[in-house]
Design a protein around this ligand. Structure first.
Ligand code: C5P
Length: 272
């Protein structure tokens, strides 16, 4: 059995306040790409996880992987006796603002709910997801949705018009720490997120670019292309994305980025 951990994008991300617990109150519009990491499961004793793929080495250092924490949480909550042998094909760069561990954890909940035949409904799965991280509930849905609070309070919105929009994701190869970027936010509330993501912002762009200046070059490069509807950083960076009028425009931009920066990671895909 297999599940995709779809790459997460924040089409807009407004930071409204720093709370006393150190977390930030945000308003964001999540969207998801058609591609992502792949998680597979087979029967076995206990819970185990092996990681393969181009970004496996970056995950290997983490003793406490979010996939195993998700599996353990679901198993405990539902009193499951069976085990699961999990394999994560890590195709997305880590610490890069496109979900990563959160999308993997959400995929583990969806996959094991099916694999163990639990039939757990959305309310309980969302509750388990929220304890694993602020972005995990949105990743559980993996559809365009507005997030408030820490990003974990979901407000469903009809965004069917965005479906199949051509998108290019680019990462300049610099891992960026989410807590460090939130900490570097200047504390200025620049206003609420309205209905149109195109007129929104990512309030973490300046903070992230102070830590990884490549982000400015990358955004400039993306915005210079024809057919770009929107180019912005996702989450706390450093991955940036552009939405395009057509797949031809997207592929031309992809080729141009590859020529200018052969070592940057790129994913030409579509919104799901
Ligand atoms: O919720 P999660 O564990 O994914 O968050 C990782 C870190 O990102 C938190 O420890 C916090 O420093 C920061 N964060 C934040 N405000 C949010 C979400 C995350 O400050 N709304």
């Amino acid at each position: 059995m297999e599940e995709t951990a779809y790459a997460k994008l924040n089409l807009a991300l407004h930071v409204r306040a720093r709370e006393l617990d150190g977390y930030h109150r945000i308003e964001t519009l999540f969207a998801f790409a058609e591609e992502g990491d792949r998680l597979t499961v087979a029967p076995g004793e206990g819970l185990s996880l092996s990681v393969t793929g181009p970004f496996a080495a970056a995950v290997a250092g983490e003793g406490d992987n979010l996939v195993l924490r998700a599996a353990e949480a679901l198993r405990r909550r539902c009193g499951v006796a069976e085990g699961a042998v999990l394999t994560l094909d890590k195709r997305l760069p880590v610490a890069s603002g496109i979900g990563g561990g959160s999308a993997d954890a959400a995929a583990a909940l969806r996959l094991l709910n099916r694999f163990w035949g639990l039939g757990v409904g959305d309310p309980l799965l969302l509750q388990i997801a929220a304890r694993l991280g602020s972005d995990v509930p949105a990743c559980l849905r993996s559809e365009t949705v507005r997030g408030e609070g820490r990003g974990d309070r979901l407000v469903l919105a009809d965004r069917s018009s965005l479906r199949a929009t051509p998108v290019l994701l680019v990462n300049p190869g610099v891992p960026v720490s989410t807590p460090a970027v939130f900490k570097a936010w200047d504390g200025i509330d620049r206003g609420a997120l309205g209905d149109d993501p195109l007129v929104g912002r990512n309030d973490l762009e300046a903070a992230a670019a102070a830590l990884a200046p490549e982000i400015f070059d990358l955004l400039g490069l993306l915005r210079a292309h024809s057919g770009v509807r929107l180019a912005r950083m996702s989450g706390s960076g450093a991955t940036c994305f552009a939405l395009f009028e057509s797949e031809t425009d997207r592929d031309a931009a992809d080729a141009a980025v590859a020529a200018a920066h052969p070592l940057w990671w790129r994913l030409p895909t579509r919104l799901r």
